[in-house]
Design a protein around this ligand. Structure first.
Ligand SMILES: NC(=O)c1ccc[n+]([C@@H]2O[C@H](COP(=O)([O-])OP(=O)(O)OC[C@H]3O[C@@H](n4cnc5c(N)ncnc54)[C@H](OP(=O)(O)O)[C@@H]3O)[C@@H](O)[C@H]2O)c1
Length: 295
């Protein structure tokens, strides 16, 4: 895949557009930000680590001195900080909200809100932010791009254990949180006329995601991923393409790599990994959790 060709084919100028992105300090986030700047977007970085975010702003500003890039601190493990971030964003012009932050294979902990940390960071807070900012997005006919994962299909939802608290395998715990993210957002936008959603999957790429593995294993995994899979810059093209395509509102679709969801050009495709009943369950759970935490 030729990066420039792919970019020219799948995108247009973002001058005058504002894009807010979570997880801009990570491997994919940095690559997405770089492309957004190349396309001329104004950026709002939504990150938990002020130092890393400022470094990111410094690097991007050096390359794109005329662009406006700002930062709002948000820790998805801290509900007060998420509420505060939404408060700051709600009266802004928001053309794109890119839900990119995510965690995998971390030590499991209960958050102060009472949820499993992976479930909260990968699903519950992105859902809360999206639903809270829907009126803001509607005003600009804005769009949400949610970064999911093929791992969402490693297991089905368990109605008796929505957070997979009884599960030990990290891939399944992570997959469950991405399954909730994927199908709750699909349903939230099903009848939405003024704002849009596209789900995306980057494939597999070398980022900081595996940093929680023991050192030696991480070293081996990183070499393997680097040799076998596309770079973050190429993988991020799936998220970039998702900003520009119109996904179906009636059937779940996502943008992911063409070949086995891992290699090749970004492609919009059907997502046939769930039933209507499961999607209804995921959505009603998301709505009821939203109501509980928002009240
Ligand atoms: N890499 C892959 O192969 C792959 C495959 C499928 C899907 N994905 C998805 O791609 C997205 C980006 O991940 P990545 O691969 O770029 O991993 P990464 O390099 O580890 O980046 C993760 C980002 O999420 C942020 N984050 C983590 N916990 C947070 C919290 N509590 N509050 C706010 N931000 C938080 C991180 O912030 P810090 O910099 O402060 O840690 C970082 O910016 C994730 O949603 C991931 O699930 C990745």
């Amino acid at each position: 895949m030729n990066y420039k060709k792919c970019l020219n084919k799948n995108t247009k100028s973002l001058q005058g557009k504002v894009a807010a992105i979570t997880g801009s300090t990570g491997g994919l986030g940095s690559a997405i930000c770089q492309t957004l700047c190349e396309l001329g977007a104004e950026l709002i970085l939504l990150d938990r680590n002020e130092e890393k975010a400022n470094e990111q702003i410094k690097n991007l500003t050096a390359l794109f001195p005329t662009l406006k890039i700002s930062f709002i601190k948000v820790d998805l493990l801290n509900f007060e900080s998420v509420k505060n971030c939404c408060e700051k964003l709600k009266n802004t012009k928001l053309d794109y909200l890119i839900l990119n932050a995510g965690i995998y294979n971390v030590k499991r902990e209960k958050t102060s809100l009472g949820f499993d940390n992976v479930f909260q960071v990968n699903f519950l807070m992105p859902y809360y932010i999206t639903k809270t900012l829907l009126p803001t997005l509607r005003r600009a006919n804005g769009k949400v791009v949610a970064v999911s994962s093929i791992a969402h299909n490693y297991s089905k939802t368990d109605e008796n254990d929505i957070e997979f608290l009884n599960e030990k395998k990290n891939s399944k715990i992570y997959g469950n949180s991405k399954r909730f993210l994927t199908y709750s957002l699909f349903k939230l936008f099903e009848n939405e006329d003024s704002a849009g959603l596209t789900l995306a999957h980057p494939g597999i790429t070398l980022t900081n995601m595996t940093n929680h593995y023991p050192k030696a294993i991480n070293w081996l995994v990183k070499i393997g991923i680097k040799i076998l899979f596309p770079s973050p810059k190429k993988a991020s093209q799936n998220i970039i393409k998702a900003m520009f395509v119109d996904a179906s509102k009636n059937e779940p679709q996502w943008v992911g790599p063409q070949i086995f969801n891992i290699w090749g050009k970004p492609k919009l495709k059907d997502l046939k990994t769930s039933t209507n009943d499961e999607i209804e369950f995921v959505y009603s759970t998301a709505e009821s959790l939203y109501k509980t935490i928002a009240d």
